[in-house]
Design a protein around this ligand. Structure first.
Ligand SMILES: O=C(O)C1=C[C@@H](OP(=O)(O)O)[C@@H](O)[C@H](O)C1
Ligand SMILES: C=C(OP(=O)(O)O)C(=O)O
Length: 444
């Protein structure tokens, strides 16, 4: 599942004929869906994941769990969308897991495989070989797992699952990805001794995603100690315990709401996102503050989040270390602003789906922009932009960022917009629907 083949070449990004005014129903969160699937697979009783995201990353996760013996039935949710019924079973190999280019799959599943009985082979897209995995592989070895990676510390690799894992204390440097910490915590209730993870490196990115992991573990009955509840700085502990089967409804993906909110900002229009949670660990919630600072106004009420552009777009100086996945969308808006922006704290984006700092710099500059890389981010000086090809490097967020620019810059051609299917399969349809009709694509 890599998206509609019709979109693999060049997609003429539609220009906005005026301010957008639409309600856009955004599908479920990738990060919540994939955590929910892992926790449900490790539970001691069946559970439900309602309104899951169905996208490349989540289908890869579901297929991988099935390959290890978990039963996952797709049904219709009475309240709309789908409901996935997960029936845990004894995890076993031999099995092959395709991680695609999904950070959540490549990092969250090796610990699950270590609990399985048998060999689990992990492979993925060429880019997955370059993305850091050492934090998970090295830690699992310390905790008792046998992994054959031919010395690479990265994909492809084979986990020789022993049916159980000792667990215990481990130190990792998770400065290249918070997902190392999340991966170890998610499976830890099933380790014989649980786990204590200590991060020992430069600044840890994406802390809200670690909070998401902790909250979802606790909701499934796990006991978790964190730096925030009186524990030591950079130390997380999970006790061994059974996990409950939950009935969980997935929140809309707030990071995937970003391009639509950006559309309101850059066209001086208005977008409503229904079901925006009043409390969430998703980093996308930071858009309320970030895009307000960049010139918009937002109201969160029982209709959802309504975001209104004022016709003015300001530059921003922001540390995005906690919310790195928002960087491409912020960079696109910043390129259209009335003043310079400095985006900091995101050096680790060089190891995301693509080197996002290099890709944003090159592609925005090809349209006439003035973006420079800094050691930990981007400096963006707005300049009048012109049309041209915007390459996306198989990065969904590069493609949605390009669509934002295309709303107000005539002639932007987005290469392989189908790559958005990683987390947002109907993006081109949702985008044109937003421009043409008040109600966009349904949630799914
Ligand atoms: O745990 C998660 O669901 C995620 C954590 C973050 O990863 P990094 O810490 O590697 O940036 C984020 O960028 C990614 O999109 C999703
Ligand atoms: C970094 C991202 O994804 P992944 O889960 O593959 O790390 C992202 O979605 O922006």
């Amino acid at each position: 599942m890599t998206g509609n083949p019709a979109y693999t070449a060049f997609w003429p990004a539609p220009i906005a004929s005026g301010p957008v005014d639409a309600t856009v129903t955004v599908p479920g969160s990738k990060s919540v869906t994939n955590r929910a699937l892992v926790l449900a697979a490790l539970a001691s009783e069946p559970g439900w994941v309602r309104r899951p995201l169905r996208s490349r990353d989540t289908v890869l996760m579901a297929d991988a769990l099935r390959a290890m013996g978990v039963q996952l039935d797709e049904t219709v949710n009475p309240g709309g969308g789908e409901a996935w019924r997960i029936i845990p079973a004894g995890l076993h190999g031999p099995a092959t897991v395709d991680v695609g280019n999904a950070g959540t799959v490549m990092r969250f599943l090796p610990p699950v495989a270590a609990l399985a009985d048998g060999e689990i082979r992990f492979d993925g897209d060429p880019r997955s070989y370059q993305r850091p995995l050492h934090g998970v592989v090295d830690a699992l070895r310390v905790l008792g797992a046998r992994i054959d990676d031919e010395g690479r510390g990265s994909l492809p690799l084979t986990v020789h699952g022993g049916g159980a894992l000792d667990g215990g204390k481990v130190e990792i440097d998770a400065s290249s990805s918070s997902q190392f910490v999340s991966a170890l915590l998610l499976s830890a209730p099933r380790f014989n001794q649980g786990v204590q993870v200590r991060h020992t490196g430069p600044k840890l990115p994406s802390l809200p995603h670690i909070r998401m992991t902790v909250e979802m573990l606790r909701a499934a009955g796990a006991k978790v100690d964190t730096p925030e509840n009186g524990g030591e700085r950079n130390v997380w502990r999970v006790d061994p315990s059974a996990l409950l089967g939950r009935d969980l409804t997935v929140e809309p993906d707030l990071s995937n709401a970003q391009p639509f909110l950006a559309a309101a900002l850059v066209t001086g229009g208005r977008i409503t996102i229904p079901d925006w949670p009043t409390r969430t660990t998703q980093p996308g919630d930071a858009l309320r503050d970030l895009f307000t600072r960049m010139g918009g106004e937002c109201v969160l009420d029982d209709r959802g989040l309504t975001f209104t552009g004022t016709g003015r777009i300001h530059g921003i100086d922001a540390d995005l270390g906690d919310v790195g996945e928002l960087t491409p969308g912020i960079a696109a808006v910043a390129a259209l602003a009335d003043s310079e922006s400095v985006l900091r704290g995101v050096a680790h984006l060089r190891l995301h789906e693509t080197d996002r700092l290099a890709a944003l710099t090159k592609e925005i500059n090809e349209l006439g922009g003035d973006v420079t890389e800094t050691p930990d981010g981007l400096r963006i000086r707005p300049r009048p932009l012109h049309g041209g090809i915007f390459r996306t490097y198989e990065d969904h967020r590069l493609a949605t960022a390009a669509a934002v620019l295309g709303l107000v810059v005539d002639g932007v051609q987005v290469e392989n917009v189908g790559t958005t299917a990683k987390t947002l399969p109907d993006f081109p349809e949702m985008w044109t629907s937003m421009l043409g009709a008040p109600i966009a694509a349904g949630r799914g």
